[in-house]
Design a protein. Structure first.
Length: 184
C-alpha cells in the first residue's frame, strides 16, 4: 500500500475542494492509503529561520509528514488564474531548505474544482508548471477540471451525478496506476 499525501488548496471550512478530496479518498483503490495533509497552520515562508537553523515547528512537522509520503495529490480551487496563497506557501515550505525538498521524485497529480465552467484550468496548469521544477512526476492523463463544483454534492456530501462519480473513479484509479508505475 502506497501512502499518498492529499493537499487541499482551500482553507474554507465548507470547501468544495476538501469535499472533492474526501470523495476521492473514498473512491481510491486499496493500493492507496490517502491522507489529507493540512496546510493552514503553516507560517508564511521566509528563508531566515531555515538559514538560522530554527525553522518553525509547523514547517518541520509538515516536511516530515510529506517526506514519509510515497506520492502527492493536489486538490485545488483557482484564485485569480493561479493557486491559492496557502497552497503556494505549502509548496515553498516543502521545497526548502534548498537541496532538501520533500517533493522530488514523488508521483503526483492535480485536480482542480471551481464554480465556473472551466473548472480551475488556470490553477491546474500553473501548478503543473511548478511540478517541473519541484521534480514531482505528474500524471499527464486524465486531466481533471471540475466545473460547477458548487452543485457537485448532494445533501449527504456524496457526488450527485453518476457520470461525475464514474469520471472521478477512473481518475483516482489512473492515479493509482501511475503511482505503481513510478514506484516499481
Amino acid at each position: 500500500m502506497k501512502k499518498i499525501g492529499v493537499i487541499v488548496g482551500s482553507l474554507r471550512k465548507e470547501s468544495w475542494n476538501r469535499k472533492l478530496a474526501l470523495s476521492l479518498i473514498k473512491l481510491a483503490p486499496s493500493s492507496l492509503k490517502m491522507e489529507i495533509i493540512e496546510i493552514g497552520q503553516l507560517p508564511l515562508y521566509n528563508q531566515d529561520p531555515d538559514d538560522e537553523g530554527h525553522p518553525p515547528a509547523e514547517w518541520t512537522a509538515f516536511r516530515e509528514k510529506m517526506k514519509n509520503m510515497d506520492g502527492v495529490l493536489f486538490v485545488t480551487p483557482e484564485y485569480n488564474r493561479s493557486v491559492p496563497a496557502p497552497l503556494k506557501n505549502a509548496i515553498d515550505v516543502g521545497s526548502r531548505p534548498y537541496g532538501k525538498s520533500v517533493w522530488g521524485g514523488k508521483p503526483g497529480a492535480v485536480i482542480s474544482g471551481s464554480p465556473g465552467a472551466i473548472g480551475g484550468f488556470g490553477a491546474n496548469q500553473h501548478l503543473r508548471q511548478s511540478f517541473v521544477f519541484l521534480d514531482i512526476l505528474c500524471m499527464q492523463m486524465p486531466e481533471a477540471y471540475i466545473g460547477d463544483i458548487a452543485n457537485l454534492f448532494d445533501a449527504n456530501q456524496n457526488i450527485a451525478k453518476e457520470e461525475t462519480r464514474k469520471f472521478l473513479q477512473k481518475y483516482i484509479e489512473s492515479y493509482a496506476n501511475w503511482v505503481e508505475k513510478i514506484l516499481k
